[in-house]
Design a protein around this ligand. Structure first.
Ligand code: ADP
Ligand code: MG
Length: 293
C-alpha cells in the first residue's frame, strides 16, 4: 500500500512531524497544559562515544476530562525503555530537560506507576500483598489497603487467587501481569508507564490483556504511556502513536488514531484498523525502522 496518509482519518494534530536526523521534535504545542515535556534529551555511554538518544524531544499535552493513551512504537534497542526510565525518574539523561506537569522530576510528588515486561511482583508475597504495597508504603492501614486491593483484584479478574504467592507457575504469565496492572492502578496515579507489558505473553493471552487494559483505561482515564514494538497492539490501544527511529532515537512521526475511545476486539477486523496498521507499517519501512524483507 502507498504511504498515503489521506486514506486514514488522521486528524488535525495527527501528522505533525519530521525534522533532521537526531533532531526530531514532536511538539504539537497548544494552550492545553503539558503532562510530559522532554526537551533535547540525550544519553551517552562510553564517555560520550555512543549516543543511544540524542536531542530527543516529545511533548504530551493533557486532554482534560478524557485521559489519554499514548503509544511509543519503535524497534528493539532504540531507547524506548530508557525514555520511560527518564520519565519515571529511575534514570537521569546526560543532558536535556524533563518536566512533568511543569515540574522537575524531583519536584513532582504525585505517583507515577510503572509496569514492566518482566514479571515484577514479589514472589514471596501473596497477590493481595503485592497489590496492596503502594498503599502500605503510603501509610494506609492494612485493612483499608487490602479492601481497596480486593476491588482491583476483582477488576483484573483475579478474584480467588488473592492468597496465592505471586509467582510462576502458581500464576500464569497473563495472571502475573494482571497483578502488576492492579498494583499500578491502586494509588490512582495520573500517569502510568507500561514497558512492553504483554511482550512475554502468548497471542491469545496478549489479546485478552489488551482488551482488559482498554476497558480499565476507559474507566479510570489516566495518562498511559505504553511502549511496544507491535504495530497492531499500538493501533488497538493507542489514542496517539509516536514512532521512534532506530538509535540515536528521535520521534519520526505522530499519528492520532481516530477510532472511538471505547475499543473492542471486533475493531481489529475493520478496514479502518487495517488501514492504520498498513500506513504505520509503511512509514516504519520508509524510515528504516522496519527492514524490508
Ligand atoms: N548502561 C548501558 N551502557 C551501554 N549501553 C546501554 C546501557 N543501557 C542501555 N544501553 C543501550 O541503550 C540502547 C537502548 O536500550 P533500551 O532503552 O532498553 O531500548 P528498547 O527499550 O527500545 O529496546 C540499547 O542498545 C542498549 O544496549
Ligand atoms: Mg525495552
Amino acid at each position: 500500500m502507498e504511504n498515503d496518509n489521506s486514506k486514514i482519518p488522521v486528524n488535525g494534530t495527527g501528522t505533525v512531524i519530521t525534522s533532521g536526523e537526531g533532531n526530531g521534535i514532536a511538539f504539537t504545542e497548544t494552550e492545553l497544559p503539558d503532562v510530559i515535556c522532554m526537551k533535547n534529551i540525550s544519553i551517552s555511554y562510553d564517555d560520550g562515544k555512543t549516543h543511544v538518544i540524542k536531542d530527543f524531544s516529545l511533548l504530551i499535552e493533557d486532554k482534560p476530562n478524557q485521559g489519554q493513551f499514548v503509544v511509543i512504537l519503535g524497534p528493539s534497542g532504540c531507547g524506548k525503555s530508557t525514555i520511560l526510565r527518564f520519565i519515571s525518574g529511575l534514570q537521569e539523561p546526560t543532558s536535556g530537560e524533563i518536566l512533568i506537569r511543569g515540574k522537575t522530576r524531583k519536584e513532582y510528588k504525585s505517583s507515577i506507576s510503572m509496569v514492566f515486561q518482566q514479571y515484577s511482583s514479589f514472589p514471596w508475597y501473596s497477590v493481595l500483598r503485592n497489590v496492596s504495597l503502594p498503599l502500605l508504603y503510603k501509610g494506609v492501614g492494612k485493612k483499608e489497603a487490602e479492601e481497596k486491593s480486593m476491588e482491583f483484584i476483582k477488576k483484573v479478574g483475579l478474584q480467588g487467587h488473592e492468597k496465592k504467592f505471586a509467582q510462576y507457575p502458581l500464576l500464569s504469565g497473563g495472571q502475573l501481569q494482571r497483578v502488576a496492572i492492579a498494583r499500578s492502578l491502586i494509588s490512582n496515579p495520573e500517569i502510568i508507564l507500561m514497558d512492553e507489558p504483554f511482550g512475554a505473553l502468548d497471542t491469545n493471552t496478549r489479546s485478552q490483556m489488551q482488551h482488559l487494559l482498554a476497558d480499565i483505561w476507559l474507566e479510570y482515564r489516566p495518562t498511559v504511556i505504553f511502549v511496544t514494538h507491535d504495530i497492531s497492539e499500538a493501533v488497538f490501544l493507542g489514542d496517539d502513536i509516536y514512532i521512534m527511529s532506530a538509535s540515536p532515537a528521535y520521534i519520526v512521526k505522530h499519528y492520532h488514531i481516530g477510532l472511538p475511545l471505547e475499543r473492542h476486539m471486533d475493531m481489529k477486523k475493520t478496514k479502518e484498523f487495517f488501514d492504520y496498521v498498513g500506513v504505520i507499517e509503511d512509514e516504519m519501512h520508509r524510515v528504516g525502522v522496519l527492514k524490508q524483507s
